[in-house]
Ligand binder design. Structure first.
Ligand code: FPP
Length: 248
């Protein structure tokens, strides 16, 4: 059996010229980028937003269907309040400044994670942006906010347990598909490629379930230096992988 026939239906099997349908990125290294230049951390985050802009544009041009970005983890609340405020401010500004262009360029915005803890006005802004772009089909940009993979799976477990206790589902019928249907990423294509920048080699609680068969790529580039060229390199690397999904 070759790689193509071993892959589940509709999933890129790898091979030269294959563009992953779903790419996720752990955008790491903003602080180190700033430190190397004797700048405040927020300068690294600001430059990181420019990298987001460039990467989103490049993903659309390359025909990647879904780009999922880890913008704020459920553990990032442990950072100093001033840095959290900076990150929220940058997110607000990104949506305010980019929404027209995203909408015009066929980008559908989607949020994963539990944003109920965010300021009400920011939640409204994000929800409105998702609604306004809901019919776009060129690229789905998924922003992970207050997201944690363990929290996501725990929320699904709770939902299924409540349904089982209420008698609306039979617990013995719970399978992987039922879990997937309830994840924040429900209905998105399977994750093909997960990239982490800055040389760290950890998943840091990102897309734990979804990463089961994803190709992992760890690059030394700091996130503010990432962009079209680095994404093209990552896609070329993906094209050289041989995906077997447990087969031969
Ligand atoms: C990790 O770098 C980066 C973050 C925690 C935040 C990423 C956020 C942005 C790029 C801006 C907002 C996002 C969008 C989608 C507009 P780090 O600070 O942990 O770097 P370090 O490990 O070098 O300190």
């Amino acid at each position: 059996m070759n790689a193509a026939s071993a892959s589940p239906a509709g999933v890129p099997a790898g091979g030269a010229g294959v563009v992953p349908r779903h790419v996720a990125i752990i955008m790491d290294g903003n602080g180190r980028w700033a430190k190397k230049r004797h700048l405040p951390r927020v300068a690294g985050h600001r430059k990181g937003v420019e990298a987001v802009r460039a990467t989103v544009e490049a993903a659309g041009e390359m025909g990647i269907g879904v780009l999922t970005l880890y913008a704020f983890s459920s553990e990032n609340w442990r950072r100093p309040a001033a840095e959290i405020a900076d990150l929220m401010g940058l997110l607000r500004r990104y949506i305010r400044d980019e929404l027209d262009s995203l909408a015009r360029n066929g980008v559908k915005l989607r949020i994963i994670g539990d944003i109920t803890r965010f300021d009400r006005d920011l939640v409204t802004m994000l929800e409105d942006a998702c609604t306004r772009t809901a019919r776009n089909e060129r690229l789905t940009l998924v922003i992970a906010l207050n997201y944690g993979g363990q929290d996501e799976i725990a929320r699904v477990a709770r939902q299924l347990a409540v349904a089982a206790a209420g008698g609306t589902i039979d617990p013995v019928t719970i399978d992987a598909a039922m879990i997937e249907d309830r994840l924040d990423t429900a209905a998105l294509p399977p994750l093909d490629l997960l990239i982490r920048t800055s040389g760290e080699r950890r998943l840091s609680n990102f897309l734990l379930w979804q990463a089961a068969y994803a190709e992992l790529l760890f690059v030394d580039t700091l996130w503010p230096d990432f962009g079209a060229a680095a994404l093209a390199d990552a896609v070329a690397d993906f094209g050289r992988r041989n995906r077997r999904y447990g087969g031969l």
